[in-house]
Design a protein. Structure first.
Length: 357
């Protein structure tokens, strides 16, 4: 592959809310370029810097202002999923956009495993019995653990890779479905891919668990619907630690009510979060919900800095960047249902403090 080196970087904008140690590491990485730190909320300052910088390392995702920046060539978004702003016209601008995908893979995989264990051990029912001081629960003799069961993991990036390793360690039968026709980074799994002509339903046939670890784009929107859920083993489970719109919510709700699905666990919900207290997801049978709050990695900023460091080298050398958005990552936002009904995140946090003491 022929590469073309790029001119040195002279000015960088950073809106990440890192510790002083990691901010200093970022400044040292780009030296002798000047690194200007600003808060994301300081919109005026951000817009002024965008007139002058070639590179930006930002909290969250970009917007149209970044596409209009005259000198900007590369933006690193300190976030895993960038579907909130990935319109098709982004890829006509020449702007390189990279993410921190994979930095939290180990704990996201743990989160998926938490859902899987809680569902197959029927934890909500067990905990309710404990609170009521009842010894035993109906049907407890039929409870089965994860050992020897089957799972289909959709997406084999940072999170999917870590989860596949965990599931293999539990002696589970692991099938993976991915977009690109590339070898699995984890040996010992059966691999299906879209680019090889496989349908996700082929990978799902008879699966007892489905774990969603994929990115959201126009190809993966509602990847899991009625047909796909019907190909799972009856009474199976879906866990989602990626993006809500990978799943057709109507199809999943109907499957939970009919018993085709024995349960579901999701850290992400559609429509907009936080969910209204009146959203139907709260009352679905055997539905576990966490409020988009996967535990933090102890070295998350350091892991992001490692990604930026490698991409800085690649950028100057004219090499392809890791975690770079491509045209296949474009996502056209769909109409969403009713959101939180006027209550903002602060109001929900207040209610949580009031009722969950």
């Amino acid at each position: 592959m022929t590469t073309t080196s790029r001119p040195p970087i002279t000015r960088v904008l950073a809106t990440v809310d890192w510790s002083e140690k990691h901010r200093r590491g970022l400044a040292e990485l780009f030296a002798p370029a000047e690194v200007r730190f600003a808060k994301r909320s300081e919109r005026g300052e951000v817009l002024r810097e965008l007139e002058r910088v070639e590179v930006a390392v930002i909290k969250g995702t970009i917007d149209e202002a970044y596409l209009k920046a005259p000198r900007l060539r590369w933006v690193h978004c300190d976030q895993s999923g960038l579907d909130s702003f990935a319109p098709p016209h982004l890829f006509d601008t020449g702007l390189m956009v990279t993410s921190s995908a994979g930095r939290s893979g180990p704990v996201l995989a743990e989160h998926a495993l938490f859902f899987m264990l809680a569902l197959c051990y029927r934890f909500p029912l067990q905990y309710r019995a404990q609170r009521l001081r009842v010894w035993g629960t109906p049907g407890q003799e039929a409870t089965r653990g994860l050992y020897g069961r089957s799972i289909c993991i959709v997406g084999i990036g940072g999170t999917g890779t870590e989860l596949a390793r965990m599931c293999l360690a539990l002696n589970m039968d692991v099938t993976v479905y991915r977009r690109r026709a590339l070898p699995s980074p984890v040996p010992g799994v059966r691999l299906f891919s879209k680019d090889a002509g496989d349908h996700v339903g082929d990978a799902l046939d008879g699966a007892e668990f489905l774990a969603l670890c994929a990115s959201l784009n126009d190809e993966s929107y509602h990847l899991i619907g009625r047909e796909e859920i019907a190909r799972m083993r009856r009474g199976g489970f879906i866990v989602n630690v990626a993006r809500a719109q990978l799943v057709d919510m109507d199809a999943m709700a109907d499957a939970l009510r009919s018993g085709q699905l024995g349960g579901a666990g999701s850290d992400v919900l559609d429509p907009d979060e936080p969910l209204s207290p009146f959203h139907r997801a709260w009352s679905l049978p055997n539905m576990l919900i966490t409020p988009h709050v996967t535990p933090q990695m102890p070295d998350r900023a350091a892991r992001t800095l490692e990604i930026v460091t490698e991409n800085h080298r690649r950028y100057l050398a004219g090499e392809p960047l890791i975690n770079q958005l491509t045209r296949r990552d474009a996502f056209t936002p769909r109409a969403r249902g009713r959101g939180p009904g006027g209550l903002g995140e602060r109001a929900y946090r207040y209610l949580a403090r009031l009722f969950l003491r």
